[in-house]
Write a protein that binds this ligand. Sequence first.
Ligand code: PA5
Length: 477
Amino acid sequence: MVTNKDTVMAESQIKLYYKNVTAETIGTEHGITSAQLKALAEKTSPLISRLNEERKAGQTPYRELPYDEQTSGQVKDLAAELKDDCDNLVVLGIGGSALGNIALQTALNPYMYNLDDGQRTGPRLFVFDNIDPAQLGSFLDWVGDKLDKTVFNVISKSGRTAETASQFMIVRQLLLDKLGPTGLRDHIVATTDPEQGTLRKIATDAGLRCLEVPQGVGGRFSVLSAVGLFSAAMCGVDIDALLAGARDMDGRVSCEDFYKNPAAINAVINYHYYNRGKKISVMMPYSYALKNLADWYRQLWAESLGKAEDLAGNEVHVGPTPVKALGTTDQHSQVQLYREGPNDKLFTFLQVNNFEKDLKIGPAPDCAPELAFLAGADLSRLLNNEKKATEFALLQSRRPCLTVVFDEVNAYTVGQLICLFEVTTSFAGALFCINPYDQPAVELGKEATFALMGKAGYEELAQQIQPITEVDADYLV
Ligand code: PA5
């Protein structure tokens, strides 16, 4: 029997719509045929069982985060303790230690949250995932006389990332100068590895409050751990609903029936098009709130799937290039290319049926009757019709389009989206036969920075870098 509660839950489930990648819509040259999909379903079905087995064996600990009540309890307790006395929360982190925080804040709090006290349900949130001194300097000038009402959440799994470490060292000195040693204990929360690493050592030494980056969970899969949950809870996001949404999707993406599993279908479609020359994957939300989830996805997809070697050690150099675009803004920037440039892209729209706020368009001025078609319409109707119009135009040019449909953007549906794309990434990794959980190529850049900054033990690397850093005047114009 379908109960009222089931209906409500089903309505709040996000859905993946894939008809507009099929041959039925865009023809056999560019569209996937049902025979091709059936063949891919047969190839993928054993992978669904394999992923479920790996998960049971504890090999993909990110899958358990939505069920970790101990962590969500700790996060809520700490947020409750700090929130009343905190006007400004400052996240210091980069990559997987920042993008999820930014995405949750943009998705689940109002656009004017930081500026309008009436719209704020917690401290203002600032996330520094860069080390531009002009940017951080300007912020520190502003926050310098507000430190007693400011909490810094330094997030680094390793603690040795130069960007986060340097930000932390600047802030630490500022707090020591202005508030003394208790300033560190009262105004810093360190989110890091439970046992090891530089930040854990510092936190233990200084007696800082700590939260944990769970072991075995890479930065880009960590948004549903304390990494993403703490700033969200501080800023009034319903993290229980977020985790419940992720659990809802976790059930759907574990389903062994390929045609009912949105992550398996999403991964297969991406894999199919990659192998047919569509190596660019564009995510295009038609919702400002979802804009930074596209940024979060960009890192997840790029770092997880861009790999030189497959699992057998063969040189493969695979990986779709993820691109973020925003509807309608990028219709006026990118769509000319998307329609008439190379047919090398798969599009994923994010569509929202009901917005938290809507606006009626006013009447047309008498002198401009040509605008009367807009008068009285809801702005959301215009936005969603622009999405349909762009999709139609792309389909006319035989470009494959997926859509993830949200009934509305809330913590429950955003939790689903996060889980959907994380598990899609695991499926895509399995289809490409690569390890989606490591990022060996990021290391060399980190180590070269150490060498250039004079870290002991990196002298040989510094020598190797020298010819590149010396400017050759013959090539300077
Ligand atoms: O996804 C990842 O693993 C990376 O983006 C890391 O999150 C990023 O490099 C920051 O590392 P750390 O948290 O160790 O400072």
